[in-house]
Structure formats: C-alpha cells, structure tokens
Design a protein around this ligand. Sequence first.
Ligand SMILES: [Zn+2]
Length: 420
Amino acid sequence: MFHIFAAQVKGFLGGCRPIIGINGAHLSGYYKGVMLTAVAIDENNEIFVLPYGIVDTESIDSWTYFFRNLRCLFAQYESQKDDWTFISDRMRGVESALFEVFPRATRRICCQHLYSNCKAAGWSGAAFHKMFWIAANAYNEYVFEKTMSKIKDFDAAAYDYLKNVEEQWSVHMFNRTVCCDHNTTNFVESFNAITKANRDMPVLTLLEDVRNWCMKRMGSRFDKAVSMEPNDLTEHAKGVLATRTDDSRFCHVTAAGDGEFEVRDDHVKFPVTLGNMTCGCGKWQGSGIPCKHGLRVIYNQRLDPRDFVSPFYKGPAYKLTYGDHIHPMADPTHWPSLDVPEIAPPQGKRNAGRPPKQRRRAAHEAKKGKRHKNNKCSLCKELGHNAVTCKAKKASSKKTTHAASSSQQGNTRGKRKAAT
Ligand SMILES: [Zn+2]
C-alpha cells in the first residue's frame, strides 16, 4: 500500500524545500513486511511526513512502485518538477528504482552510513573520524580538498574510495537552491523512531496510529502558522541567527564598493557579496541563512538580517506548508459501507516465537547509546565531556570554594573570639 493525505502533499509542494529523505523499516509483528517512508523538512527544520507505504520486501520492484506513486501524486497536484533531491542510505533497490522514475533527480547519501562503510573497510580511529567529518561538513571546496589530501596521506585507499562515491555527500557539493545542508538521514530516522513502537502491531493499527500522530502534529503547527507575519522567521532560523551573531563579534569588515566586502575572521579573509547573498566560506549559500561574516556586514551596514534569510525559513512558506490540516475521522464502525476490494496483508508470516524488537547491529557499528569519546561541550567548547557534566563540574567546584571560604571565615571568627 501507498498512503498520503492531501494536506501533506499540498504542504510539501507549497512550502517545503525540495529535498526528500527516504528509508525502509522492517515490521516486527505477525506479518513480515517493510514500511517505506518519505520525509521532508519544514521551515522550522522539523520533519514533515510525506507518503508511507507497506511492501513485502525492499527490492527494485517495491521501490519502483513507491517512486511511481510519488511521481503520479505530484502530477495529480500539478507539479511537473522532476529534479528533486533525495537522501537515503544505500538500501537495496533504491538507486535503480529512483533513477528509473526520476531520471533528473539528485541523490545524496547519508554520511553516517558512508562512515560506517569506511569503518567496515578498516579505516577508523579518532584521526580518520575527525578528517571524514570535516570533509563531509565542508561548505567550500578549499576545506574539502585540503582535508581530502590529509586523508590521502592517512590512507590512499580511503581517499580513492571517498573520491569515487557517486552520490553527493560533502555539503559543498549540494545544490544551493535546495537551501538544505543535511548530509545525514537523522531526520528520517526520527520518524522511524516514532513508528517503532507500533511496527509490531497489526498493519491497520500501525497505520491508524501514524495517521493520528500526523493529524496531531499538523494541527498544532497549523495553529502556529496562522499568526506568522510575512517577515517573521521560524524558531530554527532565529536560533541559527542568534548563534552566528554571537560568533560574528570578532570579524572585521572592509568595504570594497558596489555591495562587496572583505571580512577578516581571525587570520582568514572571506569575500562577501550582499546582493547575491554569498560568502566565500560557503555557509550562507549552503544553509540559506547568513553566516557570521555576512551578518557582520549586515550589521555594519545597519540592515535587517531577516531580509537576507531565504524565504524557506519565513512565515509565508510556513503558512503554505501548514495551510491545510488532516481532518478528524469517525470510528471505522461509523463508516459507510463501500464496495471496494480488500487489501491483502504482506505475504509471508513469521515462524513461531517472538521476533526481536531491537535491530541486530553489525560488528563495526557502535553500541547503542555509546557516546563518541570526541564529544564536544557546547558550553566551554572543550572535547571529552558534555554540557550537563560541565555544569555539574562547575557547580561542585563553586560549592567547594564556597565551603572553603566559609570555613576560612569561621576560623577567623573563632580566632577573633579567642582573642577577645
Ligand atoms: Zn561566511
């Protein structure tokens, strides 16, 4: 089956960025089967559910069925666009099916998946991990090429492997008009996490729970979108602007005339063009939100940063995305009787015994919940601990100093008493 509500397809075609994340998750109940999902990202960087389907197995046939329905659906809503950007893992059948149905599509691969592939091939360790993610998150070619040459020195085979990846994976490769710098499928995984609790339920119960979740989610955002003004930014864009404004304090601007500027950040210089909304670092074009260099210029020129944020993060687009909502539904017992064929459940039943709920992880995959030792604290920017530990550490050190000073005071008081 393939399923979507009108509010979802209208919302996606109306306001969302043209990127679609796809994934398949196994059903863990009585029937075997796979739930295929397509998820987009809204203006507030939250997930926006597109169609989901249930098929027997992941294969070229089942993915072709899914993509064909998706294309027909877009055509039904008068969208002839066929150069969508898709992001996924390397799942069975996806590539051939995708390019058969959408020959002009762009394909991004999830970097988390790509890194796992590298790890399985034997390239791992803290140094490779660091270089890989710098290359994956490089907003400009210079940083990418520089890091790739370091990877080449580390291991020539790893360099060859990464150079020959056919899908797009490093941020600087992405189409700027998409305005989306996501290079992992974490947003699709978060929808999978929501359906996980119900994937061992009968198919209709699963579908009903997902419908209910989508209705609730779209309803709350529909109410929020109503009050948004044309130049209002979403919470996500506001947050990014605030962080980048903070970081922009140490940049120095030199005007070059005709809306062009040179911004010095530490000892590196970046050219900024206000009219084109571009910066040499590539972050502005890549994310659609001014980078710290662009922001320094905007503040320097006494302009409003909101005017330089992509329309994909503003009120009108948010209103289009949540311009409609999923209407409430009566209980199935109250439905009118329809003369339609019954849909058969997925073929193939499980053997006796309870199927495992947890996914079996491969030998090279990290254990569930294991934190990377290179995690960075968001407060003090140091490696090796997180913000919670940092806060606790600071609080305990404050307590010790306070206790020490109060005990010192106590001692002097005692001495004074003795003296009198
Ligand atoms: Zn910049």
